[in-house]
Design a protein around this ligand. Structure first.
Ligand code: ATP
Ligand code: MG
Length: 249
């Protein structure tokens, strides 16, 4: 199972949009996928219109396994949602031994899937660290602005810490330019900077797309909401690249 954390500590870089559409895109190709929301904003649950119920909070605090916390979204796609109660879970985690590895321990029985995709919060919190310790790969969506690049670089420092202090083998396997606008010079500047900083890891960009921003309010993925949009085309390309990148791991 590939365990992919989608993370950038800068807010609003397209993490949730990427997690949702990558998850659906892979499921549509017959891959078995579980989405895991590790952000107290709980955006994935809202996106897929999940009713109130058990969430990642229960998994992290009860130690009672994942039963009742996994919601089917579509064929091949399940979701473990979160909500604001995750903030309390984080406070409880802080007092536990091996507090960075609680998520990894709690999800250790999940093996049925081909992909676990984690939508992370825009912060370097204990929850984000738990996500990094659970994951084996990191995808970084970087929007076309300077601070988003800074977020990506800071993340590299954090990964170094996870590797060295916690002896966890994790690598950045994909950097995804988001909110790309070819008419804007900043976009090509940021992408060429990314190419220098992450050689070979930069995917083709996700363009700015009104359909992408609309789709969430209809609780739909981009392939259902606007199958002929640039958003659908770009995420389809990303899905194909992710499947192909399996070979180089
Ligand atoms: N390519 C795009 N074109 C236009 N709008 C987009 C695009 N990608 C995402 N959006 C919109 O931008 C906003 C932020 O996207 P998203 O929620 O995916 O970012 P995020 O990184 O998860 O944010 P946060 O850091 O708060 O978790 C949302 O309203 C989303 O619909
Ligand atoms: Mg988000």
């Amino acid at each position: 199972m590939r365990k992919i954390a989608i993370i950038n500590q800068k807010g609003g870089t397209g993490k949730t949009t990427t997690a949702a559409n990558l998850g659906v895109g892979l499921a549509r190709k017959g891959k078995k996928v579980i989405l895991i929301d590790t952000d107290p904003q709980g955006s994935l649950g809202v996106w897929f219109n999940i009713p109130e119920g058990k969430t990642l909070y229960h998994i992290l605090t009860n130690g009672s396994g994942i039963e009742g916390c996994v919601y089917p979204i579509m064929n091949n796609l399940d979701l473990i949602p979160s909500n604001r109660t995750l903030v309390q879970a984080e406070i409880l985690l802080a007092g536990r031994p091996q507090r960075e590895s609680v998520l990894k321990e709690s999800l250790s029985k999940i093996a049925y899937y081909d992909y676990a995709i984690l939508d992370c919060a825009p912060s370097l919190s204990l929850l984000s660290l738990n996500s990094l310790i659970y994951a084996s790969e990191v995808f970084i969506p970087v929007s076309m602005e300077y601070l988003s690049m800074v977020g990506a670089k800071e993340l590299l420092e954090n990964l170094k810490m996870a590797r060295e202090l916690l002896s966890h083998d994790i690598k950045v396997t994909m950097v995804i330019p988001t909110f790309y606008d070819k008419r804007n010079r900043k976009s090509s500047e940021v992408v060429s900077n990314l190419d220098k900083y992450f050689p070979g890891l930069v995917s083709s960009p996700i363009r700015v797309s009104v359909k992408l921003s609309e789709s969430v309010s209809y609780h739909q993925d981009i392939f259902s909401y606007a199958p002929h949009s640039s958003g659908a085309e770009d995420y389809e390309k990303l899905v194909e690249r992710v499947i192909k990148s399996m070979a180089s791991l």
